[in-house]
Design a protein. Sequence first.
Length: 407
Amino acid sequence: MELFKNVNVDWMGKAKYFVTLSLILLALGWISIFRNGGLRYGIDFRGGTLVYVRFSGPPPVDKIRDGLKAAGLANSSIQSISDISNRGPQSDVVIGLEQHGQGDEALDAGKQAILDVLHKTFSTPDAGGKSDFNSVTPSALASFLTQKDPLNLGTAAGDRYNQLAIKLTASRDKDHGGIVTSFDQLKDVEGVTPAVISTLASNFSLGNFTIRNVEVVGPKVGAQLRRQAILATLYALAGMLVYIAFRFEWVYGAAAVIAVFHDVLITLGFFSLFHYEISLTVIAALLTLVGYSMNDTIVIFDRVRENLRLMRREPFPEIVNRSINQTLSRTILTSGLTFLTVLVLYLMGGEVLRAFSFAMVVGVVVGTYSSFGIAAPIVVVWHKYRGQGAAISAGSAAEKRVATARR
């Protein structure tokens, strides 16, 4: 499918504008990074504790922040997550605490401190010392049911209460998002009778939040992950440099790697400007963008190589312009569709995928324009530096003068 026919844009004549735009974006991003004291790393890289909490209604972020501050955890990060897949009005919050101290004891202390604040801040007033059904484990619930024996099974209970406890907690977690607001919501669970509902209501309270997950990462593991992420990116760039140098010339490989490196730096700058954290999923997005941008650059370079054989007497910048114009429809189709996809992911994918999709949105745009705005001009400058472009241009001009004289 071809969107444009007979396109004749002088891309190389506008190269200085592309370079100026890139310098502005790089300056803005990296000034922001230096002013903020560096990039913001997630718990994956800096080490600490992440507690995922689900509330039965809109998350009381201010109340959580006040509770953490009162407990001496004012440096904790609180992130609200709106997930369109949630059932009902539940909302999630991620509480992050950077590790202070050394060893596993410090990590366990951080996790327990956050849990203590949550239970103290959101304790149910009428609980009366009852356990929270929304936090009970299947084994603890099975022991409770066996002790109370609401089905009057006696010694014939066997494994019945274990199975019933598993069904009750599965219904709580899968059907009700981890939070039951009324015990009547469990009456349709297989094996549940009014006596079971009555026993649960008499001995359990229903809290308005539940702990969905706890992640703990040590500082040594975080530093190792950060180092491996940097090495993975550098190895990818080095491998692509070797591949393109082998397939084309080394200058094409160098230009492509510089363009991709330029894409990564600008994307990191945007992360600082918009206050997003660098996590493992963001590194995955950056590596995806490295391959995506490189592929677009190779398409243009491949067309340049073909046109060099067909347009030997044309100036090299003209050959590059023609190659970019010939691949323009393909570039807009592939990049445009990819951009729309990641944009929808950014707008509707929820907070968990927000940083990943943001990196993709920025990277697709920057990676597409760097293929013809950065990589191609570098090759043109190199040819001009070697004198090939000038020689070809002079030869072409001489031939035009001869042709004119003959007329």
